[in-house]
Design a binder for this molecule. Structure first.
Ligand code: GLA
Length: 385
């Protein structure tokens, strides 16, 4: 059963009518541009065909009532009395309601059914998908205009201030603005986007994006993530700029010796990663899968050696992926310290690729990986029921 059928059937059962409104929002995978978003830099993610769906109808009062099929739980909250109870999944919905209202949106209540298939905690942005599907729901029942960048910003605000995770703008932006068949080059300062298609192979076949979940999870995630942010801010301060985005390679090289060794490594990753990301978008425009793959490989080295956010399992997975004949390139993706890698693979060699990488990873780590072959999908949207 598709997610659409699932939420529609459950809605019919609970409310006795078909749902008048259906909305969905995707998770994401980042092809390149890691830990650059909070440095006002560039990222190149794509929305994936792993999504969260909501079937709903407006209410006449200010109450939101939502049943999650995945958690088997119902959450109820009042728009005029939002309480942060740290209750889990429903805090993302409340956080978005809070952020919208704080920014002047007049919201109406609604009731509905929620279900998704974005793996949770894997670094594929199930939180951003939940935030954006909620924003879409409020937009539909409250009748304001959909502005993808604005909704992404307010969802990020919800995540930063209500949920308490100090993330950048990438995940929310791609879940809001993704385009089927394309990755999105996002300028995280201006929030301008440019969609670029997945490049074909040399023989004109399609390439496939394969997500390789190590099944290791980042433990003390927030502390390590925040520490990287602080190190980047310190580096920006050293250069006297607003963000590391503003430092060129030439300026960096000129001053590199005067930087503390750790700050130097962190800054080097961000500054070179911004360049790689811009070059990767160009490679995609030029239909150059080889160059895109090579930049992904270089990005992984930068993350393991300079930004130091990979773990052994990520390195084993990426090495196994890169060694396969059908692989153009591979790197860890997302926040790091566990989670997933991403590989660009010849469309006709995906099966062999998946079997070989899975075997080799298992042999070397005793862990069974989870592997998803993904299609680039649209951002948060409304579906005709
Ligand atoms: C997490 C954050 C993003 C971004 C990435 C690293 O996914 O939510 O904002 O910083 O890590 O690129």
């Amino acid at each position: 059963m598709s997610l659409q059928e699932k939420v529609t059937a459950a809605f019919q059962e609970q409310f006795g009518t078909p749902p008048p409104v259906l909305v969905r929002a995707p998770g994401r995978v980042n092809l390149i541009g890691e830990h650059t978003d909070y440095n006002d830099g560039f990222v190149l993610p794509m929305a994936i065909d792993r999504e969260i769906w909501l079937a709903l109808r407006p209410r006449d009062d200010e109450q939101v009532l939502v049943h999650s099929l995945d958690f088997g739980e119902t959450a109820v909250f009042h728009l005029n009395n939002l309480q942060n109870t740290k209750a889990g999944w429903s805090e993302y919905l409340k956080g978005v309601a809070w952020a919208l209202q704080e920014n002047g949106y007049a919201l109406r209540g609604w009731e509905g059914i929620l279900a998704g298939n974005v793996p949770k905690g894997a670094g594929l942005s199930s939180s951003a998908a939940l935030e954006l599907v909620t924003a879409r729901a409020f937009q539909q029942v409250s009748g304001f205009a959909w502005d993808a960048a604005q909704m992404a910003k307010l969802s990020q605000l919800a995540e930063n201030k209500w949920v308490g995770m100090n993330c950048g703008i990438m995940d929310q932006m791609i879940s809001a603005a993704g385009q089927a068949g394309h990755a999105l080059l996002i300028d995280c300062r201006s929030l301008e986007t440019q969609s670029v298609p997945l490049p074909p192979t040399l023989d004109g076949s399609e390439t496939a994006v394969v997500i390789l979940d190590t099944t290791t999870r980042r433990g003390l995630v927030d502390s390590a993530y925040n520490e990287r942010r602080q190190q980047c801010e310190a580096a920006a301060e050293f250069f006297g700029v607003q963000a590391l985005r503003d430092v060129s390679i030439a300026e960096f090289l000129e001053e590199a010796d005067n930087l503390a060794p750790l700050t130097r490594k962190r800054a080097k990753h961000v500054i070179t990663e911004n360049l790689r990301t811009l070059n990767a978008a160009k490679a995609m425009q030029n239909a150059d899968a080889m160059l895109l793959g090579q930049l992904m490989n270089e990005s992984h080295i930068s993350m393991s050696d300079d930004f130091e956010i990979t773990n052994n399992e990520l390195n084993v997975m990426v090495t196994a992926a890169q060694a396969q004949p059908g692989c153009f390139g591979a790197r860890m993706t997302g926040g790091g310290f566990g989670g997933c890698a991403v590989a660009l693979v010849h469309g006709e060699q995906v099966e062999e690729f998946v079997t070989a990488v899975s075997q080799q990873y298992q042999q070397q780590t005793d862990l069974i990986p989870k592997i998803y072959v993904c299609q680039p999908s649209d951002g948060a949207s409304v579906i005709n029921p």
